[in-house]
Design a protein around this ligand. Structure first.
Ligand code: ZN
Length: 159
């Protein structure tokens, strides 16, 4: 992790911890013919699942390379935006990030970093939310395989 002057030492240590958990979750993501995988990525399909597993590997590797920019406001983004990604490995941290759960499952800091990192290394899109992600898995699994929240939810669901 590269330290950035814009983040305090305390913020950086939280980010570092969250990135470690995110990396662990991504590297242990078990993308196989299981109910959990089907919930977030649709019915088993060898080729698609292989792509997803490959993306998790890329996410895991990238979590240790992230650089952070902690800002006081994220202009042009919604009040709920906790972060946004800037290639190749940048993550701008918006104020709401500090209020999300430290280390839990859904909607936690590691969840957020898996989400952002998937944008960086897998060009994922943004359809938000648990129900929307589950719906996507059922109705459009190819799109679920290209959606940041589906990666974040799956990586958190196995915890
Ligand atoms: Zn996003």
């Amino acid at each position: 992790m590269a330290a950035q002057a814009s983040c305090s030492a305390k913020q950086l240590s939280q980010l570092d911890q969250a990135a470690r958990v995110a990396g662990r979750r991504a590297s242990s993501a078990h993308v196989a013919n299981t109910t959990a995988a089907a919930t977030w990525f649709g019915a088993y399909n060898a080729r698609r699942y292989q792509t997803i597993a490959g993306n998790f590997k890329k996410i895991a590797a990238a979590t240790s390379r992230l650089t952070y920019n902690c800002v006081r406001a994220c202009k042009g983004y919604s009040d709920r935006t906790y972060a946004y990604a800037i290639k190749p490995y940048g993550v701008t941290i918006c104020p709401p990030f500090w209020n999300i759960e430290k280390n839990g499952g859904y909607y936690s800091k590691p969840f957020g970093l898996v989400h952002e990192t998937s944008h960086l290394v897998a060009d994922t899109g943004d359809i938000y939310g648990e129900e929307e992600s589950k719906k996507l898995a059922k109705t459009d699994p190819a799109k679920a395989a290209q959606n940041a929240d589906n990666y974040a939810y799956f990586s958190a669901s196995a915890q």
